[in-house]
Design a protein around this ligand. Structure first.
Ligand code: SF4
Length: 398
């Protein structure tokens, strides 16, 4: 397949995934820049391949910055007034602020498998997207909480469905077919499968796990699945038996008052129920293979966040701490991301605790905590290119 052009970005085969350019040694300047971009967003003078909508907090333009993978807000209103801008250059791209060139950049190119369709005419990109080097899909694009008073305020799962960018339910067979193509054509290294919550006792866990089993069997890719705590924790053991590598059970925040405001159904489940589910999952998947999103910037008490993260780490859970990315179309679309300085303060109290217990992104088999491009947490884990993961250097103390 030859060179193609998508929405103004010329794509050269091999630009994405495992064939991405070698990463140079990063420095504190680059680390600070990526932290800033994730907090203040990036203006783009050309459309950027991005994730808009989907389950969870989702606005994310995807690119390589000086060779490092990163996702940064590009669609939210506040990103349109960011001091940082992505500009085309004579030979490539650069990130600028106030006329000063800060770094080279490479927009994430349109994956080649996006040009394929299933035998019954469904475009592969409506089944699963490539997020940098991870194949990602919301296998059931509806949620029992969407559109009623239980809807998570940061979530955009119904947005993508309403605007026709995806289909409501992906089958294991569809996902397996797309995973093989994503691995072979675009170098996908893992798959991240999530689901809207179903009104069944397993909350959708068994269906997303069956999808994962099909993806893993067909493509060999390690897979993370994400779901809510099932009513019967024995479901978690059934998920593990299906060949799933990692699992995400997302509490979103450790501040109970904020949880009640932003995710009422999760609040009714209760934070302690998440801990019980995590304990069962760690027993089934191993320490470090269980993660939870922890979203910063929703009005939380930072002390509760750090305390909750450490309690989770104590039982072998990786708290994936991310800044809020208000999704256009979500109930939080009017909000902004939290200041980078605030996020860094939390990372600094969580990451050393992780490291002291032998946990880190390097040990995660698949999914968001493996990729790390949506958080600056790995800035504090030190840099390493040896394993092909996205690790960034220590940020100097302010
Ligand atoms: S549980 Fe909340 S975050 Fe997950 S899909 Fe439903 S509304 Fe979105």
């Amino acid at each position: 397949m030859g060179e193609s052009s998508a929405r103004g970005i010329t794509y050269h085969p091999g630009e994405n995934g495992q064939n991405r350019p070698a990463r140079p040694g990063a420095d504190a300047r680059l680390a600070r820049l990526i932290t800033e971009l994730q907090g203040r967003g990036l203006r783009v003078e050309v459309p950027l391949e991005s994730r808009q909508g989907g389950a969870g907090p989702a606005d994310a333009g995807m690119l390589w910055i000086d060779g490092f993978a990163a996702t940064v807000p590009t669609s939210a209103q506040y990103a349109h007034t960011s001091p940082y801008v992505l500009r085309a250059e004579d030979d490539g791209w650069g990130i600028y602020a106030g006329g000063e060139r800060l770094a080279s950049a490479q927009p994430f190119g349109r994956p080649r498998y996006y040009d394929l369709t299933t035998a019954d005419g469904i475009p592969y990109w409506q089944i699963a997207l490539l997020h940098l080097d991870s194949l990602a899909s919301t296998v059931i694009q509806t949620c029992a909480y969407w559109g009623n008073s239980d809807q998570c305020t940061f979530c955009g799962i119904g947005v993508t469905l309403a605007n026709g960018r995806t289909i409501a339910k992906k089958t294991p067979e569809m996902l397996a077919e797309v995973a093989v193509a994503a691995r072979e054509l675009d170098g996908a290294v893992d798959a991240t499968l999530t689901t809207g919550t179903t009104a069944t006792p397993d909350k959708g866990a068994l269906y997303v796990a069956r999808c994962a089993a099909a993806v893993h069997e067909a493509s060999g890719l390690p897979v993370e699945v994400q779901f809510e705590p099932p009513r019967d924790l024995g479901v978690i053991d059934q998920v593990a038996d299906l060949g799933v590598g990692s699992v995400g059970i997302h509490v979103e925040t450790f501040d109970p008052q904020v949880l009640a405001r932003v995710a009422p159904a999760k609040a009714r489940t209760g934070i302690d129920a998440y801990f019980r589910a995590w304990e069962r999952a760690v027993a089934a998947f191993g320490a470090g293979q269980v993660s939870t999103y922890v979203i910063l910037g929703m009005g939380e008490d930072p002390g509760l966040i750090v305390e909750g993260c450490r309690r989770a780490i104590d039982i072998g859970v990786y708290p994936f701490v991310v800044p809020l990315r208000p999704t256009v179309g979500s109930l939080m679309e009017h909000m902004t991301a939290p200041p980078p300085e605030y996020c860094e303060t939390i990372y600094r109290q969580v990451v050393p605790y992780l490291a002291a217990r032998g946990l880190g992104a390097r040990g995660v088999a698949a999914g968001c905590a493996r990729c790390q491009a949506c958080s600056a947490m790995s800035l504090l884990e030190g840099s390493s290119d040896a394993d092909g993961r996205t690790h960034l250097p220590l940020v100097s103390n302010r």
